[in-house]
Write a protein that binds this ligand. Structure first.
Ligand SMILES: [Zn+2]
Length: 510
């Protein structure tokens, strides 16, 4: 018997981007989309075109560049949203318009201030309108799991008749539990007469920690499209973590009788890239992609693994593309060694890129005895930032004095977009405060620092420090990252990176 294919619908760039304070630029989103393409996802929901000019731009850019997967844009059930979605995706090789509307009484009456008949009419006319543009139309009844089942069946039947080719049962508030959700999918199959003309999709949220389990239960009951985000990103507690759903399908193929077209060996890199670009770390014990996911600590387990791997391991680290060995590079390592290590980590560099990376690698190796994979990741991340962000202001020199009997003072020189240096000296409550005040008085754009996080990229006293900041400006959030063996310098780099993003985004608006 041939196994049925489950389509993987990635909404990292839409639902995931709605995560509090994600704040991505078009370049960031394009970078993620390229990886999702390599990973082999079937559909990329690239954004919500009508929600902002920046979202529109990101959806349009991704639609034009990413060829293989279907590119979807979300739209509410109104013609303006649908027109804007189409406008943004019309150049995609495989465009999809994804319309949604609330279907539960509580949301229909209280949020929409509408009634079920009106919602049904809107859903039909919206799907019909979307179909005028595009054959591939997905419809989502929002809050489907708290919707009167009879109404849900009638709504789904009506939108399929109107031309929806995918219907997406959304557990928008993360309320359902696996057995119940599976039953709902089964009853949709039994009670919606035209259901065979559409793909059944599910969209589960993780408020109670059941998103992946609910998705698997839906597959067991006939769903053939799963929506989710890499690393389980998404609104509130997030969406189903795609790597969990994908590896469950992979590991339990015999039991589930389905397969995906995903190249699982790309999961590790995609997960790290998304974590880095979104600025959300992955918890160490996170299933599949956490730092400890394949680490066996107990003596009994280690003993078993050494005798026979399958005693305690249901899947291998290699199957998700975990770098096979932690070969350490150092001062004496050459260009070829660096190149082959980067290739093993999944980076393909042009000659110019390799040359530039090698220069930075040498600088780092001078200050740090051993350069590990994590250091290389940090190096590549800062290069990516430099390439992806319109660099308006660049750090030139920085000098800081601090101590318990001194007022922390920073003197900084920054090069402005025209290439002119500006120097400022400021004092603060601590060295980083002084640095940030100094940067602010040069760059001079209103912003509020809402998050500041320092992490050691690797172990040891000479470790690279990675700094992530979030800054708010006119209701939007921008992420900034920087790394250096000196955390004061890393902090300055991260703040400037965030400000550059802010300035790139606001210049786009004008
Ligand atoms: Zn959602």
């Amino acid at each position: 018997m041939t196994k049925k294919q489950v389509l993987i619908f990635d909404t990292t760039l839409r639902d995931g981007e709605q995560s509090a304070g994600a704040g991505l630029t078009t370049h960031d989103k394009l970078e993620v989309a390229r990886y999702l393409d390599l990973l082999g996802v079937d559909i990329i929901e690239s954004g919500f075109a009508a929600s902002s000019p920046a979202d529109f731009e990101a959806v349009r850019t991704i639609s034009e560049e990413i060829q293989r997967p279907t590119i979807a844009s979300l739209a509410r059930c109104n013609f303006k949203d649908i027109d804007s979605a189409w406008d943004a995706i019309k150049n995609a090789q495989n465009p999809r318009i994804h319309v949604f509307i609330s279907s539960s009484d509580v949301q229909i009456w209280h949020q929409l201030k509408s009634n079920p008949e009106e919602v049904l009419d809107l859903a039909i006319s919206s799907v019909q309108h979307a179909r005028q543009y595009c054959e591939d139309v997905e419809f989502s009844p929002m809050d489907a799991t708290r919707t009167d089942p009879q109404y849900l069946y009638a709504l789904l039947e009506a939108v399929i008749k109107a031309g929806a080719s995918t219907v997406n049962i959304a557990d928008t508030v993360g309320y359902s539990i696996p057995s119940e959700f599976g039953k709902l999918i089964n009853s949709v199959r039994k009670n919606v007469p035209s259901i065979n003309k559409a793909t059944i999709s599910v969209h589960c949220h993780n408020d109670l920690g059941n998103a992946s389990a609910n998705s698997i239960s839906a597959i067991e009951n006939g769903a053939t499209q799963i929506e989710g985000c890499i690393n389980g990103l998404g609104e509130r507690a997030g969406n189903a973590a795609l790597e969990e759903v994908i590896m469950t399908i992979e590991t339990r193929q015999q039991k589930l009788g389905v397969h995906t077209n995903i190249d699982t060996t790309k999961l590790f890199r995609t997960s790290r890239l998304v974590s880095d670009i979104f600025g959300f770390p992955i918890q160490a014990n996170k299933a599949i992609v956490g730092a400890n996911a394949f680490r066996h600590a107990s003596g009994i387990h280690q003993d078993g693994i050494l005798k026979e791997r399958t005693t305690f391991e249901i899947m291998s680290a290699e199957s998700i593309g975990w770098p096979s060995n932690s070969l350490v590079l150092g001062k004496l390592s050459g260009r070829a060694g660096l190149k082959s290590r980067l290739e093993e980590l999944g980076y393909r560099l042009s000659k110019d890129q390799l040359n530039q990376t090698f220069t930075e690698f040498k600088l780092l190796a001078d200050r740090k005895r051993e350069v590990t994979d994590a250091d290389l990741e940090a190096l590549m991340s800062s290069q990516r930032d430099a390439a992806n962000t319109l660099t308006m202001y660049a750090l030139d020199t920085i000098q800081v004095t601090c101590g318990n009997h001194q007022t922390p003072t920073a003197t900084i020189t920054i090069i402005d977009p025209e290439g002119n240096p500006h120097t400022n000296t400021s004092t603060g409550t601590g060295p980083i405060d002084a640095v940030y005040k100094s940067i602010n008085s040069i760059v001079n754009v209103a912003n509020e620092l809402t998050e500041f996080r320092v992490e050691a990229v690797t172990e040891g006293i000479d470790a690279l420090g990675g700094v992530t900041v979030r800054i708010a400006h006119e209701g939007n959030t921008y992420v900034g990252r920087g790394s250096d063996t000196d955390i004061i310098i890393a902090s300055a780099k991260a703040y400037l990176n965030g400000l550059n993003r802010l300035l790139s985004a606001t210049s786009l608006k004008n």
